[in-house]
Design a protein around this ligand. Structure first.
Ligand code: F6R
Length: 313
């Protein structure tokens, strides 16, 4: 069944990250032992920086928070500079008051005959924690969430997976060459992710625009596993203007506000990146609800509306 995914577009990635961080801090303040699903990669870096700032300057405590990461490369020990364990500690955990025993990542170094049991134990641990309250996702250029590469089913669970060439190519510069990128990883499954109570997918930059469009408006398909989020019911996409692919998503929308009859003024201002003080806070919260009426070419049909502030707190 098709469901429109609410979309929040921001003038830049920093503003999107601030909004998601605010939702997470509201959640943590109302539920100090909240369970967070976390992602690695370039996309969540600004979000993690903002959470660290909130910890230092606003007293946000992670003392009881529990975290489960999406994935880990096979064959990389925790102290490998490209391991996701290392990434998470460098970019978040070392800078906040989270308890070591509350941090969970799949291990990339289990003996082959223990991997299946390890994945099952990861699933059990998520369930025992009460499930994931708020899941952070990025999106790969092939539409993957976690490392659920094309072909992963909507019901897949935590498991070992072979990484496809697009994914390994994107990681090649970090590893030095594509040959040095691990060929396999352990990833939460799509089914595991879809059980999260609330999901925020972040995507920034023009290079994400095409795949974001497919995830939002394309058919629900195992060839773009992010499209499964259309079936989730409490997922929001947080995009900068480039990832929203203005030319694709806003085709009837003129840059001249005078010509945008029927579209609210703050939205016009937000779209132009021309925030007046009055419009600034409103612009942070606008969302577009898309109703796909069969033409499939990305044209918006339906209504634009204001989003409510926090969906998960
Ligand atoms: C990372 C993960 C991946 C990334 C995706 C986007 O834990 O699961 O799905 O979110 O590959 O990566 P970046 O953010 O580097 O573009």
């Amino acid at each position: 069944m098709f469901m429109a995914i609410p979309l929040k577009m921001f003038s830049d990635a920093a503003q999107a990250a601030e909004q998601v961080a605010r939702e997470l801090s509201d959640l943590i303040r109302s539920k100090p032992n909240a369970v967070l699903g976390l992602a690695t990669g370039g996309t969540p870096l600004l979000l993690y920086r903002e959470l660290i700032r909130m910890h230092r300057e606003e007293g946000l405590s992670f003392a009881q928070v529990r975290t489960f990461n999406l994935d880990e490369y096979e064959g990389l020990a925790k102290d490998h500079v490209e391991s996701y364990w290392h990434f998470m500690h460098q970019n978040l955990f070392h800078h906040i008051d989270i308890a070591a025993e509350n941090i969970h990542l799949p291990s990339g170094t289990m003996p082959a005959d223990e991997v299946e049991a390890h994945c099952q134990a990861y699933e059990d641990a998520i369930r025992a924690a009460g499930g994931i309250d708020y899941q952070i996702l990025g999106i790969g250029r092939n539409g993957h969430i976690g490392f659920n590469e094309p072909g992963s089913t909507a019901t897949s669970r935590t498991r070992r997976i072979e990484l496809c060439s697009v994914t390994r190519g994107d990681a090649a510069s970090a590893f030095g060459s594509i040959e040095q990128v691990p060929s396999h990883a352990i990833t939460m499954g799509c089914g595991t992710i879809l059980e999260a109570k609330c999901i925020a997918l972040l995507a920034f930059g023009e290079h994400k625009a095409e795949i974001v469009k497919q995830a939002l408006h394309g058919p629900v398909s195992d060839q773009v596993t992010a499209s499964f989020l259309q079936q989730h019911g409490n997922t929001t996409f947080f995009l900068d203007a480039a990832a929203a692919g203005e030319s694709q998503l806003w085709p009837k929308y003129s840059r001249n506000p005078q010509q945008n009859h029927g579209i609210s003024r703050p939205l016009c201002a937000a779209h132009q990146g021309n925030f007046s003080k009055r419009h600034h806070s409103l612009a942070k919260f606008f969302s577009a609800e898309f109703f796909q009426i069969g033409n499939g070419n990305g044209t918006i049909q339906g209504k634009l509306s204001w989003a409510c502030a926090t969906q998960c707190a």
